[in-house]
Ligand binder design. Sequence first.
Ligand code: ATP
Ligand code: MG
Length: 261
Amino acid sequence: MAGSTLEIKDLHVEIEGQEILKGVNLTINGGEFHAVMGPNGTGKSTLASAVMGHPKYEVTKGEILLDGENVLEMEVDERAQAGLFLAMQYPSEISGVTNSDFLRSAINAHREEGDEISLMKFIKEMDSKMDTLEMDKNMAQRYLNEGFSGGEKKRNEILQLMMVQPAIAILDEIDSGLDIDALKVVSKGINEMRNDAFGCLIITHYQRLLNYITPDKVHVMMQGRVVKSGGPELAQRLEEEGYEWIKEELGIEDETVGQKA
Ligand SMILES: Nc1ncnc2c1ncn2[C@@H]1O[C@H](COP(=O)(O)OP(=O)(O)OP(=O)(O)O)[C@@H](O)[C@H]1O
Ligand SMILES: [Mg+2]
């Protein structure tokens, strides 16, 4: 199966009248893993939310295309149906909905009516993916993310990813709060997803994650834009030297996009 292509072109996004993204350009093809790095407050999570259609984020200019289709015209659920997936930096808790029910509806949302996944098949797949992620089977029957530890939430996001099998995923700080063992397990799950039909954008602060998941490309965001792109060696250099050299190279004084007093 050939993969999808997500194209983000000159994307400008405002939150409550303040411009946060100021012309982001990024293209992700099926089969590719891209890492997005950058100091705090430079627009990384805003980019993820804008692609998924968070109502607070107003696109004022630019385009988001999935296989040439205008994503900006799609509602949030239509974006998911079209094959986009977001693992959030702070996953929300939903009381009253079990993890397993949520997963099944998420999978069935991608399928035609009458073609829903059978309960047997669903349970078998969920069991095997929970094994890969070394998750306690009880997690399936607990309410979605309710009382989950930070690390459990992150594992659970990857369980969703593996079950839903989207065309393009954006993983926002999937490594934050994970202990060393959990980081390896989560990386294993993400690496299992690697195939020509799957493209992934991994937002992270740490080279450590990229030791386990080798990105094809690394991008750095500052001031609400991608200001530098390179291969895995770019992440390596950032780990060793920080961001100052990029700021000097590009003549950037303040890398953030936040409101200044
Ligand atoms: N819903 C919102 N309301 C007000 N301001 C917001 C909102 N979302 C983002 N911002 C502002 O936009 C800027 C960029 O935020 P964003 O979360 O995209 O940064 P980030 O690059 O993901 O940072 P971090 O590395 O700390 O996660 C910040 O100054 C933030 O306060
Ligand atoms: Mg963020």
